[in-house]
Design a protein around this ligand. Structure first.
Ligand SMILES: *Cc1c(COP(=O)(O)O)cnc(C)c1O
Length: 400
């Protein structure tokens, strides 16, 4: 059984609810409705039907034979979340939350977004289910992610640029919280990763655990055994928790979370909250985060926008401290090299986020014998990153 948070929403010492008083009732209402929905088979069959017909699940488990090159003996399988509708795992979660919103009688969806991927995934389900969507986005991010802003608008969402503070995700989150508190009767707040106040980290994991469940069944069916190692990149941590949760009780399956080292863990330009951070409170829950000695959140850096987040979900903090999962970090350069190798050798352009998992998979495969069976989650496709990669103008030499 995947780990359950305690009654106060803690995974060990991590999680909880650090929110203004006005939001406590809203979170209680959500928790009650979630518990009710999760116990109802009809809710899950609606969810599974939407994943099948709209998202295109199950996604394939693909043997990447050429990516590793000649010297690696361990097989590598890629879980193809990049083939989902909208091109990443985020849609699994927004489908689930939109269904829950409708069940609760909420007529509007609110979301905040940094790189815009969660905003697009929310705008997509808003359009599908006929729910108006308001997306809050830092004014700087609105400029940097103009294409995603346009896509959200095409899908009928309203994008609100937030010009306070650093004009980025942190400010957008504060504004979205404020709006939610004011409109809590009619609005449902859609969070994009396993972060935030209880019950969000648990709820989002439950909507992403389809990744791990499918992978587990596909491995057993095709290889007659479980994987030896499971790898996923960690930004907030939702694709990783979705993958890990199906294997928590399988003590022989090693779980690897790959954070973005950026330019290096000690460079000051990193996004590795578990690898370089310390314990504190961010966005409503207690976990590891990148902060100064005085508790100020530090500006993060990663080549991949989806991993460029100063915190990490509380369940990952728990898995780190308990030793059940191991967290490593991959630099911008290593991720970029893995991107090019995957493109040239597999015919797949991975998201830069996913390229972090691939870079570590390659290292691990070199250390493992032929008995290993390594699974890496390919959390999304790289189309969104092509302009950035092109502008970098760099291409590692990859033999064919
Ligand atoms: C958003 C995103 C991530 C990071 O989010 P998690 O919650 O850590 O999964 C990873 N990969 C892709 C493709 C993304 O869009």
């Amino acid at each position: 059984m995947p780990i359950e948070p305690d009654a106060r929403g803690y995974f060990g010492a991590f999680g909880g609810r650090f929110v203004p008083e006005v939001l406590v009732a809203a979170l209680d209402e959500l928790e009650g409705a979630m518990g009710d929905a999760f116990a109802d088979d009809a809710f899950w069959s609606g969810y599974r039907e939407a994943l099948r017909d709209f998202v295109g699940r199950p996604s394939a488990l693909y043997p990447a034979r050429r990516f590793l090159g000649e010297d690696a003996s361990a097989p590598l399988l890629l879980k193809r979340e990049d083939t989902n509708h909208t091109g990443a795992h985020k849609i699994n979660n927004t489908v689930g939350q939109a269904l829950l919103a409708m069940r609760m009688g909420k007529r509007r969806l609110i979301a905040e977004t940094g790189a815009g991927q969660h905003g697009v995934a929310t705008a997509t389900v808003g359009a599908k289910f006929g729910l108006p969507v308001d997306v809050y986005m830092g004014a700087l991010d609105v400029e940097r992610q103009a294409l995603n802003v346009y896509i959200m608008q095409l899908l009928g969402a309203t994008v609100h640029p937030v010009s306070g503070g650093t004009k980025t995700l942190k400010d957008a989150t504060n504004e979205a919280f404020r709006v939610w508190a004011a409109q809590v009767e009619e609005s449902f707040y859609v969070i994009g990763s396993v972060v935030g106040a209880h019950p969000y980290p648990f709820m989002v994991r439950e909507f992403q655990k389809v990744i791990g469940e499918e992978t587990r069944a596909q491995c057993l069916e095709r290889y007659g055994r479980l994987p030896s190692d499971v790898i996923a990149c960690v930004g907030g941590g939702s694709n990783a928790m979705g993958m890990f949760s199906a294997f928590i009780d399988d003590a022989d399956v090693r779980l690897w979370g790959v954070e973005a080292a950026g330019e290096g863990l000690t460079s000051g330009k990193t996004a590795a909250a578990l690898g370089a951070g310390s314990v504190g409170v961010l966005h409503g829950s207690r976990s590891y985060l990148l902060q100064s000695d005085r508790g100020q959140v530090i500006e993060t850096h990663s080549i991949s926008a989806g991993l460029d987040y100063p915190g990490v979900g509380p369940e990952h903090a728990y898995l780190k401290d308990s030793g059940r999962a191991t967290y490593v970090a991959v630099t911008d350069g290593e991720a970029l090299a893995a991107f090019h190798e995957c493109a040239r050798r597999e015919g797949i352009l991975p998201a830069l986020e996913s390229a972090h998992a691939l870079a570590f998979a390659k290292k691990l495969a070199a250390d493992r014998g032929p008995d290993a069976l390594i699974v890496a989650n390919l959390s999304g496709r790289g189309d969104k990153d092509i302009a950035q990669i092109r502008a970098l103008g760099e291409r590692s030499e990859v033999p064919r």
